[in-house]
Ligand binder design. Structure first.
Ligand code: TXE
Length: 501
């Protein structure tokens, strides 16, 4: 790709602004680390507010004038569908880049990257189906209708755990709605995004519609989140950063949507298929090394089956193969950053100090072959009480807290006793219980007898500190639109000009 130029042994990746590849104005760079080897492998520009100004100006110009503005919604949709085909053709390469940059398993990335295409197809199809309405009017001489219009420049600030997936949840809907975009990926894993945006050029999107700025959160991120020409910020990340983004948008009253963290309860009742429940619990917390916002990090187990569930859980988790994420047989890879590694180990130490019983893992693996990478053993604590830090704070790593309960009411109370509300899981063979408990859950997603399922068709987002707004599904396109009401008087008159009409 034209973005690659090898400098020393690191590969340099540049931003896309107005269809040009650019470094930061002052030519500073950030090293991007390979978490398996614990060493830098690439560099991305360290942008400042001046670079952000240039990217926002390009997006603003593309929104205000030029070919994008003139496209019909059908034509916008066609571009998105064309892009979907290019994503499929490049899925393997993009998946490999993400694995190198953030340590996600290649075993998961192949399918995940191909699946991205569906967001662009779905929203491409939706682009020309956004209809306003003619309003039935209480003022008979007025003809009044609504139309849904794009907001303008949308800033998309994303996290490192699934850069392209989290971006696509925003970008497909935003572009279908007619907005333009400035993307700031995480400083820890920007490379896949910089490669990905080349496909927009190839698909034929006009210059300036999709732009990127890489850099640190408090530098480039904060300049973007507070930029006066940004109409909306769509963010994925931690809740405290989400709060800062909300505050940064307040002075200019931006639209803001926030997809934040969680401390999701996964509840196993004694009438459940326990093997399926245990497989769901493993996938909920150990897939992606626990680095997902939807991690089922609190496993609530009915006391009557508690010991059986725990034994089965340990039996599976203990055999999970840790190793090079680029190998297809690896089941647990490294965590993405050195800081995250340290934080997970600190939370494990805190859980031990608070009296939780560590029944599996609890540290770094002893295998010397894994020595250079940022690995944490799959870790299970039993005897956890919901007031412990390990049950309250998002850890974002492979650490499971098992909490025993006796009754359905108690399970609901513990599950909802959290500042977060992103997702929950319920394992039961009783349909009445499934419906009762799912309606009682304070979370944006509830999975019954499954876990970690997402789709371009299904709205996703949080209750409470897990976020504001929804991504995916038809309704999410309205997060990127605003409604205009047009009034036409059909009977010109000279009614009293000093009174409300
Ligand atoms: O995320 P941040 P970090 C949680 C997880 C993790 C914690 C911190 O618990 O341990 O957050 O991770 C940009 N203005 N999640 O520090 O800070 C930043 O550059 C504007 C949950 O990596 O939230 C990056 O692009 N932008 C989560 C993005 O925000 C700022 C996924 C996310 O970074 C900024 C990731 C600022 N002041 C972490 N500060 C999930 N919901 O899945 C940072 N950024």
């Amino acid at each position: 790709m034209e973005t690659d130029t090898t400098k020393g042994k690191l590969v340099d990746y540049r931003n896309l602004v107005n269809a040009r590849r650019v470094a930061a104005g002052d030519d500073r760079w950030i090293d991007s680390y390979d978490p398996y080897r614990g060493e830098p492998w690439a560099r991305v520009p360290r942008c400042t507010s001046a670079d952000v100004d240039a990217a926002v100006a390009a997006a603003k110009a593309a929104f205000r004038s030029g070919p994008w503005r003139g496209l019909t919604p059908t034509d916008r949709g066609k571009l998105l569908v064309r892009l979907a085909g290019l994503i499929e053709a490049n899925a393997e390469r993009l998946g490999q880049l993400e694995t190198r940059d953030n340590g996600k398993l290649i075993a998961e990335m192949g399918a995940q990257t191909r699946y991205l295409a569906e967001w662009y197809r779905y929203f491409g199809g939706l682009a020309d189906k956004i209809e306003g309405s003619v309003l039935p009017m209480d003022k008979p001489s007025n003809f009044t209708f609504t139309r849904h219009e794009a907001l303008g420049v949308v800033a998309m600030i994303t996290a490192w755990n699934s850069p392209l997936l989290l971006l696509s949840w925003k970008l497909a809907a935003a572009l279908a709605a007619g907005n333009t975009a400035v993307i700031k990926p995480s400083e820890h894993a920007s490379v896949s995004t910089l490669e990905f945006v080349a496909l927009f050029e190839e698909a034929g999107f006009p210059p300036g519609v999709v732009n990127t700025v890489t850099g640190f959160g408090p530098e480039a991120g904060s300049a973007l989140a507070s930029h006066p020409d940004v109409a909306k910020v769509a963010f994925t990340g931690g809740d405290f950063t989400g709060q800062k983004i909300y505050e940064a948008g307040a002075p200019t009253l931006k639209h803001v949507s926030l997809e934040l963290g969680g401390k999701s309860p996964n509840i196993v009742f004694d009438d459940a298929n326990l093997d399926a429940a245990v497989a769901g619990a493993v996938s909920g917390i150990f897939a992606a090394t626990g680095q997902t916002c939807i991690a089922g990090s609190r496993l609530l187990v009915q006391r009557t089956v508690h010991d059986r569930v725990l034994d089965k859980l340990i039996a599976i988790a203990a055999t999970a193969k840790m190793g090079n994420p680029a190998e297809s047989t690896t089941q647990i890879g490294p965590v993405t950053t050195r800081a995250q590694h340290a934080r997970i180990l600190e939370m494990i130490a805190a859980a031990k100090a608070e009296g939780a019983r560590c029944v599996l893992g609890g540290g770094v693996p002893s295998d010397p072959a894994l020595g250079a990478g940022w690995f944490v053993q799959p870790t299970i604590f039993s005897g956890v009480v919901n007031t412990m830090r390990v049950a309250r704070e998002e850890i974002f790593g492979p650490v499971l807290s098992v909490i025993a309960f006796d009754t359905e009411e108690e399970a609901i109370a513990i599950a909802n006793d959290s500042v977060y509300g992103l997702a929950s899981g319920i394992w039961t063979g009783d349909i009445g219980r499934a419906l009762r408990v799912s309606s009682a859950m304070e979370s944006g997603t509830v999975w019954v007898n499954t876990y970690r399922a997402v789709s371009f068709m299904a709205p996703f987002g949080g209750y409470k500190r897990s976020g504001i707004g929804r991504e995916s599904g038809q309704e999410s396109i309205y997060e990127f639109l605003q409604t205009k009401t047009v009034w036409i008087e059909t009977n010109l008159s000279t009614a009293n000009p000093f009174a409300l009409r």
